[in-house]
Write a protein that binds this ligand. Structure first.
Ligand code: ADP
Ligand code: MG
Length: 684
């Protein structure tokens, strides 16, 4: 049986601890029969025939049926990667890209980064000469279009997890449809875990006829083929809460404990909303279950997890033990976990919602859809009949949960989307052929912000060079603008460090019960100007400690996050240099740093309410009520004018990563945007 003969030892970067990852490290042998048992294998010939004869093939199949790991291999075996061509397979999530790429490399018995490689933002594990199968995020493929608009090096592009309807997937689908008209030899595979295939198919068949006819005689059929790869999931017995649950973290942990006490062996997969929930639940469970510790292997799974921890999640559970995996919705469809028999579903996930009227993008914990709930439950029936425990009532599931989620396109801030389309020469954004149309208000708001950033001109075309430069830097346009502005202010070194920190989730190491120590640690680095300047202090400390994990540990700083920051920083410096930005430090002059931040984030300016005793701020643009997040070093300090990086909503709207500014910088940064509003805010 593969997976048991040659354990690989992975050294944890914290030093010392050794984990066993029982995956065979070099040979692809032994995978052949495993591969042939997957549902996709029965359809191998059909898939290859359809791809040969149709421009677009839609493959629907349950999670675990072999879509992601097998189809790219079938294509390669059938010769689609010969003659220097490549097969691309996109995923909405970075962690899924890394994980499926290494699985496929392992099955093929090749070294990851050679024949099989992957690319995610800030990490390129491919070899231009050798790589034939490339896994990448949908966002990275969009970026590749800037250099190669027809994606000419790919013979087949598989857009995977299309049911997720991520923003980048939808933009990609719209653009691929255009590319197909110019490249009839290109093949698309759209794969998805749920049956939303029809609307996808009609999107691809509704071609805009040019001169009233379509050339059907030659080349592949234009109407997409739909293929369903039957899974063979086992039945899953459902359990609901009798009453609504108030604290789903506690409820999840006690459900896990009773499963462990009462049910047969088999791994447990718990769906929570994010890293903070997951850390809290793991802590609770380890406190509660120290007696049973011998038998439980408790593991987190979320994006941004260090490599060694990811490997643990996928390695087979040792005999006599039970794995408990606390995951975000990444385990819903993008990753296959073998051995899961019990699923606990909290009923929520973290989702972004953007309101163009208030111009606020909220990251909120929101109820999932019925479609998601079914997917989550399905994870319990992979190896044998399973059980799913829903931490909500059946009545709620039936009557209140919405059937499907809303495509990200219709609930996102579209600033990045618009700038990418503009950079690809799509001028008529409103008339673009979208799989799901975004709201015109959101598009207009995005155009307005980009105009104020100096990225678009009066004709809504990218400005030269600023607009093209902003589009070129692989970060949010507001962050790109901040980096460009730092050149004028002579503080690019500092601002690039800030941009790198803003690209990772959090540099602090938080866990339940150590809040006080964390707060004390933060005070050691806290800067009166705000979080951005505090980041600079942390980064300096990290460098002075020679990037020591020990130092991080002592200061409640997340070592893995800091290493990532350091890497991203190097890459951003290279991009900046390519764009002609002079790498220069302002040697401690924090005013210029704050001005550069303002140049990018002026749209997020807020003023403290004059008579507020509880730290109430209002946004300048739309008079929305916001507060400084308790994790900010400016919490309770409450300077009069601030700019935030993002908003999270729980009981209130909280600003995360806040810096104090001088209001006169706003009119300097964006005269059009603020006009006369600053001192006469719109009444509301
Ligand atoms: P799909 O894309 O249809 O959801 P995948 O191609 O991801 O399915 O997975 C197919 C099968 O490959 C799974 O059922 C599982 O048996 C195996 N598999 C995939 N990834 C891993 C992994 N990291 N470790 C062990 N087995 C895996
Ligand atoms: Mg898949």
């Amino acid at each position: 049986k593969p997976g048991t003969e040659k354990p690989r030892i992975v050294e944890d970067e914290e030093g010392g601890i050794l984990f066993y990852s029982a995956s065979p490290s070099s040979s692809g042998q032994g995978y052949e029969s495993l591969r042939q048992r997957l549902p996709a294998y029965k359809y191998r010939t059909d898939i290859l025939y359809l791809v040969e004869t149709h421009a677009t093939t839609i493959v629907v199949g349950e999670t675990g049926s072999g879509k992601t790991t097998q189809i790219p291999q079938y294509l390669k075996e059938a010769g689609w990667a010969e003659g220097g061509r490549m097969i691309a397979c996109t995923q909405p999530r970075r962690l899924a890209v890394q994980s499926v790429a290494s699985r496929v490399a392992e099955e093929m018995g090749v070294k990851l980064g050679e024949e099989v490689g992957y690319t995610i933002r800030f990490e390129d594990i491919t070899n231009p000469e050798l790589t034939r199968i490339k896994f990448l995020t949908d966002g990275v493929l969009l970026r590749e279009m800037m250099d190669d608009p027809l994606l000419s090096k790919y013979s087949v592009i598989m857009v995977d997890e299309a049911h997720e309807r991520s923003l980048a997937t939808d933009i990609l689908l719209g653009l691929l449809k255009k590319i197909q008209r110019r490249r009839p030899e290109l093949r698309l595979i759209i794969s998805s875990a749920t049956i939303e295939a029809k609307s996808m198919a009609s999107f691809f068949s509704a071609s805009r006829r040019i001169h009233g006819r379509e050339d059907e005689e030659h080349g592949p059929r234009k109407v997409p083929a739909i293929l369903s790869v039957e899974g063979r999931g086992f039945t899953v017995q459902m359990f609901y809460s009798e009453e609504p649950v108030s604290d789903y973290i506690r409820a999840a942990v006690s459900t896990v404990i009773s499963i462990h006490d009462e049910e047969r062996m088999g791994d447990v997969l718990v769906f929570l909303t994010g890293q903070d929930d997951i850390d809290a639940a793991i802590q609770l469970l380890t406190e509660d279950s120290h007696k049973r510790k011998q038998e439980l292997i408790v593991l987190p799974l979320y994006s941004g997890l260090p490599r060694a921890d990811q490997d643990l999640v996928f390695s087979p559970t040792p005999r006599g033990k039970r794995k408990v995996i606390f995951s975000t919705n990444i385990a819903e469809t993008s990753l296959t976990l073998e051995g899961v028999v019990y699923v606990v579903d909290c009923g929520f996930s973290k989702q972004c919602f953007y309101n163009p009227m208030t111009d606020i993008e909220n990251l909120v914990v929101a109820p999932i859809s019925k479609a998601s709930a079914r997917q989550r439950a399905g994870r319990a029936g992979r190896v044998r009949p399973g059980k799913c425990y829903r931490l909500y009532t059946e009545e709620y599931f039936i009557n209140e949960m919405s059937a499907d989620g809303i495509p990200e396109m219709q609930r996102s801030n579209l600033v990045s989307c618009v700038i990418q389309l503009k950079a690809l020469g799509i001028d008529n954004i409103l008339g673009f052929d979208w799989p799901a149309s975004p709201s015109p208000e959101a598009l207009i708001r995005a155009l307005e912000v980009l105009y104020s950033l100096g990225v678009l001109d009066d004709d809504a075309k990218l400005t030269s060079p600023a607009g093209f430069q902003v589009a070129e830097i692989p970060v949010d346009p507001m962050v790109s603008k901040m980096i460009l502005a730092s050149n004028d202010y002579g503080c690019s070194e500092e601002v690039i460090t800030i941009a790198a920190v803003l690209s990772v989730q959090s540099i602090w190491f938080s866990a339940r019960g150590v809040q006080k120590q964390l707060d004390e640690a933060k005070l050691r680095f806290a800067a009166a100007e705000g979080d951005h300047v505090t980041f600079l202090n942390v980064y300096r400390g990290f460098i002075e400690s020679r990037k020591s994990s020990n130092w991080c540990h002592k200061n409640h700083i997340n070592y893995h996050a800091m290493k990532k920051v350091d890497e991203i920083r190097q890459q951003l410096r290279r991009v900046a240099q390519r764009l002609g930005i002079t790498l220069k430090s302002c040697e401690g002059d924090m005013e210029v740093v704050r001005k550069a931040v303002t140049a990018g984030f002026f749209a997020n300016a807020c003023r403290l309410e004059a008579f507020s005793h509880n730290g109430l701020y209002k946004t300048i643009r739309s008079s929305q009520e916001v507060y400084i997040h308790p994790s900010s070093v400016l919490f309770r300090v409450n300077p009069k004018w601030v700019i935030f990086h993002s908003i999270v909503s729980t009981d209130r709207r909280y600003m995360r990563n806040v810096i104090s500014i001088d209001p006169s910088w706003l009119t300097e940064a964006a005269p059009h945007f603020y006009q006369n509003q600053l001192f006469n805010p719109r009444p509301h």
